[in-house]
Write a protein that binds this ligand. Sequence first.
Ligand code: AKB
Length: 317
Amino acid sequence: MQKSILIIGASGQIGTELTLKLREINGKNAVIASDIHEGNEELMQSGPFEFINAMDFERILNIVHKYRITDIYLMAAMLSATGEKFPEKAWDLNMNSLFNVLNLAKAGLIKKVFWPSSIAVFGPTTPKENTPQNTIMEPSTVYGISKQTGERWCEYYFNKFNVDVRSIRYPGIISWKANPGGGTTDYAIEIYHKALLNGAYNSFLTKDSKLPMMYIDDAIDATIKIMDAPPEAIKIRSSYNLAGMSFTPEEVSTEIIKHIATFKISYNPDFRQSIADSWPKSIDDSKAREDWNWKHKIDLEKMTKLMLKNLSLKYQE
Ligand code: AKB
């Protein structure tokens, strides 16, 4: 059967690059982008686009019929920092959108679902270094609570209804094509923009706030790998730990100084500090490596080169 993919939340940070990559692999007409607002020019010109509110079941159903969709990637979510400002909205969006898609799969209308979870499922009582796949999970943000609950529902739909849902716990994702939206790890993107634009950055996390992070190319690669794996290889149906690198604001700054010698960083922690403090510092992702052959490629040094090169070209346009 021909694959026909729907990306919900395609105009966002990860959705944009995921759509572009899936179109490169499957052909532009096999990948339908959708969101509540238009994406950047590259996304909008690369193939079909539909307006979809992820909470509107009838609208999603309509698009599933229209394009005979087989696979859905649900990338719409309210992230950790914005979620703390709008807790009920975050809960409604993050949970209802997931039920909409899981129920389509339960009804046999689509074949496969990708739903991202996050390191936010962990909390202050979780072991911080090399956080295991199975461990104490007491998230303290609305976003984290919604992702942990979502993981339980994914596993439940797989066990009870045989829904082929696959998920990974994204660390902070660093990218340059589309802006991030309301996360705690967003400092690690802003810092590159400000380094190029102002030569200085005022960090909202302290200098030693170490967090798990990943360059976008690795995140997209992992997403496509888990979706392409044979069903029997996917032994975890809640969500897989996934790791690339871990670093602090001070370490990114040291790396940037290798390229922009005059770069200066200052620290002015805000409400996002307590979110960062509740999350792991590093992640054990050996299960993903064993089960579906996951390998990351990009470290802090390579990522810094890529971010500065691509953003300077973007700013010259
Ligand atoms: C956030 O900071 O909220 C996200 C995440 C780690 O899921 N980037």
